[in-house]
Design a protein around this ligand. Sequence first.
Ligand SMILES: NC(=O)c1ccc[n+]([C@@H]2O[C@H](COP(=O)([O-])OP(=O)(O)OC[C@H]3O[C@@H](n4cnc5c(N)ncnc54)[C@H](OP(=O)(O)O)[C@@H]3O)[C@@H](O)[C@H]2O)c1
Length: 284
Amino acid sequence: MVRAMARAPIDQSVTLITGASSGIGEAIARQLAPRVRTMVLVARREARLRTLSEELLRANPQLIVIIEPCDISDLTACGAMLDRVERSAGPIDILINNAGIGHMALYEAAPWHELAAMIQLNVVALSYLTRRVIPSMVARRKGGILNISSGFGLEFLPLFAAYVGTKHYVTGLTEGLHVELTDQNIAVTQSCPGPVQTEFSQNLGADNDVQIPSLISLTAAQCAKRSLAAFERGRAMVLPGFLMKFMALSGALSPRWLKRWLYRWAMPTLRARAAKALTPETTS
Ligand SMILES: NC(=O)c1ccc[n+]([C@@H]2O[C@H](COP(=O)([O-])OP(=O)(O)OC[C@H]3O[C@@H](n4cnc5c(N)ncnc54)[C@H](OP(=O)(O)O)[C@@H]3O)[C@@H](O)[C@H]2O)c1
């Protein structure tokens, strides 16, 4: 018999959110705060986490907040952080893998250390945290993992090739785990947003002048709300917002050869623009 989808056990949970110092992660923290018992806020900027924690505690006096300033791409530090949290708060019920960065450049010219840092965060840290929390979720037959992937987890785009690659990994991993873990009563959901108004576009490597028109983007709060609603229902995937659903549908209906052809046609212009923005660097 095929088991019904598992629902994310949000109420009174121990919830850990990576990338809680800004954007979608911060919005998720605000929206979950009235419901969870213990919230663990993880990111590198401690002052931001402290400010958020004070705000959450003012609005939700019953909440326990643990601030964990941590560069999760350092797996030793990340593992030690998780050990500390589990010792003080108990096992993680809900893991929200949200921390992520982008990189926009010609692949050949992108500094290797920037690409490696992105892969380490978007792929390796996310995989490590997920691998660490699942065994105790399985033992307790209770848990939920929400991975913030991207609409690019389903598509491809020149100048964004490595970022798109990291999100394809998140999409593949999440959908596989959704299937593996449903009968263990663990909800595994991925959110695949299109453009969201956050600090993301300010941190895209050397080409930092990317402006996302607000008309076609969601706010972080809208993205968080739609992602959490799908997670709570145990959906495998959510495409937050009408525009994203429309783009995903038209993307799925357009043959990949046509998209490749269009991008190839645009490539000389894109290459000239990108070459201006990036200084080539040897890989090392
Ligand atoms: N905004 C968009 O248009 C968009 C679209 C699709 C998908 N997404 C995805 O949404 C997720 C959240 O991004 P966002 O849009 O909210 O961007 P954001 O505002 O830049 O937030 C990124 C978060 O990740 C944290 N972070 C970065 N490096 C980290 C590290 N090494 N260790 C721990 N935390 C780290 C940052 O905190 P610190 O700097 O304090 O560490 C920050 O809290 C990402 O996975 C992104 O790929 C975004």
